[in-house]
Design a protein around this ligand. Structure first.
Ligand code: PGA
Length: 246
């Protein structure tokens, strides 16, 4: 089997202005010295054109499902690609909760991303209540079935498992829980898609320099989607290094 892509992805969310670009430059310089991993930063759309030319791949954090049109305030996948992005994060839990995004909408956006030549980083994850009720796998199964269109391949799609209750909280599942969920997710992908087992599956939710090596050492974890700890090179570079060494 071909080796799965190892990806250290950052998600800057609604943080960052031009004064923060030196952090990105430093992350790019570190990325140039690491082999075997892809480094991606999901930036605010306003920074994309100013961030090109560094050794880090760029991503948007959302796109519209249409190629263009009368959609005030929205950004198309083609616009992100034109601005220098190769990736787009889709279906993040903050999009699902802040904007009511459904699995169907996420799937439509993924197809728009592919049409523009972008790799879609599609996010799934259970809430705290769903976790406590033991419904994690049911939720993930429904989200995978609904959010990943037919035609998803290891080249055009990356999946990110992010327990909603672990995002920005400093809490994470145990390593055993993360591995068990990732193994189940991989089986779901394998059952749903012809090349499903080859897709990279990232873990996200309070990944930090101190826990990255343990998480990335798990058999079915192919990298991370990192929020707060991706904003500063001093935090993100050790996470990239932990992935390169895993
Ligand atoms: P966090 O965010 O690393 O700050 O928990 C992860 C994410 O939302 O992708």
């Amino acid at each position: 089997m071909t080796q799965r892509r190892k990806i250290a992805a950052g998600n800057w969310k609604m943080f960052g202005t031009s004064g923060d670009l030196p952090e990105l430059v430093a992350i790019g310089q570190a990325a140039a010295g690491l082999s075997g991993i892809e480094t991606v930063l999901g930036l605010p759309a306003t920074l994309l054109t100013r961030a090109t030319g560094n050794r880090v791949s760029l991503g948007g954090q959302d796109c519209h499902a249409a190629a263009q049109g009368a959609h005030t305030g929205d950004t198309s996948a083609g616009m992100l690609a034109d601005a220098g992005a190769d990736f787009v994060i889709l279906g993040h839990s903050e999009r699902r909760s802040d904007h009511g995004e459904t699995d169907d909408q996420v799937a439509a956006k993924a197809q728009a991303a592919w049409a523009a030549g972008l790799t879609a980083i599609i996010c799934i994850g259970e809430t705290r209540a769903e976790y406590e009720e033991g419904r994690t796998l049911d939720v993930l199964r429904r989200q995978i079935a609904g959010s990943l269109p037919e035609g998803a391949t290891a080249q055009n799609t990356v999946l990110a498992y992010e327990p909603v209750w672990a995002i920005g909280t400093g809490l994470t599942p145990t390593a055993d829980e993360i591995q068990a969920v990732h193994a189940e997710v991989r089986a779901m992908l394998d059952a749903q898609l012809p090349e499903g087992a080859t897709l990279s599956v990232l873990y996200g939710g309070s990944v930090k320099p101190g826990n990255a090596a343990e998480i990335f050492g798990l058999a079915d974890v192919d990298g991370g989607l990192v929020g707060g700890a991706s904003l500063k090179a001093a935090d993100f570079v050790p996470i990239m290094e932990a992935l390169a060494q895993a």
